[in-house]
Design a binder for this molecule. Structure first.
Ligand code: PRP
Ligand code: URA
Length: 209
């Protein structure tokens, strides 16, 4: 089964509280999500392999470490996942970005796909799928299946807030995928919203409500 990492770092928790607050407007919401994504990316990339190289400092020749192994790809689930991309790219600027467009049908809560554009070498990359909200888990599960159908094998999922139902769903559908979240909330309400959550992430991010 995939591992679940709940990031309880004080900076992440403090910023998450600000982002949950309904008084927080789109500008601050965007900035906070960006900052939290950078902090989370630090942990998500913790197991990236290193290789030894030789360099010359101004003082002497020495061996040192650089990243090796698979290159990274970041895959935001549109729309709200877009708010987590730049925060990761600040740490890993060479990562490529693939987009998967899914929206959740408000009546059935089932994900509907409307867009996909992935890097040409996506199957050779270690992928981080990002979406602030893991509610029923339908969208993230569909996005991961979508990537696997195209030959991707090395996938992690990074979300801000998760419901227990969403975590359960990913673990059931994709037992090879590790999940990184800042919080696991109480439950889903009758409309499939996370309680207490932060409301509709896409609308808050882009000011569409
Ligand atoms: C939200 C959120 C996730 C999805 C989570 O997107 O960003 O993608 O819902 O719900 P689930 O786990 O039950 O699938 P939404 O469908 O509202 O689209 P948006 O990002 O364009 O607002
Ligand atoms: N999508 C959101 O944006 N928020 C939720 O709470 C659930 C799904």
């Amino acid at each position: 089964m995939g591992k679940l990492f709940v990031m309880d770092h004080p900076l992440i928790q403090h910023k998450l509280t600000l982002i949950r607050d309904k008084q927080t407007g789109s500008k601050d919401f965007r900035e906070l999500l960006d900052e939290i994504s950078t902090l989370m990316a630090y942990e998500v990339t913790r197991d990236l392999p290193l290789k030894e190289v030789t360099i010359e400092t101004p003082i002497s020749r020495t061996s040192a470490y650089v990243l090796s192994g698979k290159k990274l790809g970041v895959v935001p689930i549109l729309r709200a996942g877009l708010g987590m991309v730049n925060g990761i790219l600040k740490l890993v600027p060479a990562a490529r970005v693939g987009h998967v467009g899914l929206y959740r049908d408000p009546a059935t809560l089932e994900p509907v796909e409307y867009y996909c554009k992935l890097p040409g070498d996506v199957t050779e990359r270690e992928l981080i799928v990002v979406d602030p909200m893991l509610a029923t888990g339908g969208s993230a599960s569909a996005a991961i299946s979508f990537l696997k159908d195209r030959g991707c094998t090395n996938i992690k999922l990074m979300c801000l807030v998760a419901a227990p139902e969403g975590i359960e769903r990913i673990r059931r559908d994709h037992e090879d995928v590790d999940i990184f979240v800042a919080a696991v909330d109480e439950k889903l309400n009758d409309h499939g919203y996370i309680v207490p959550g932060l409301g509709d992430a896409g609308d808050r991010l882009f000011g569409t409500k």
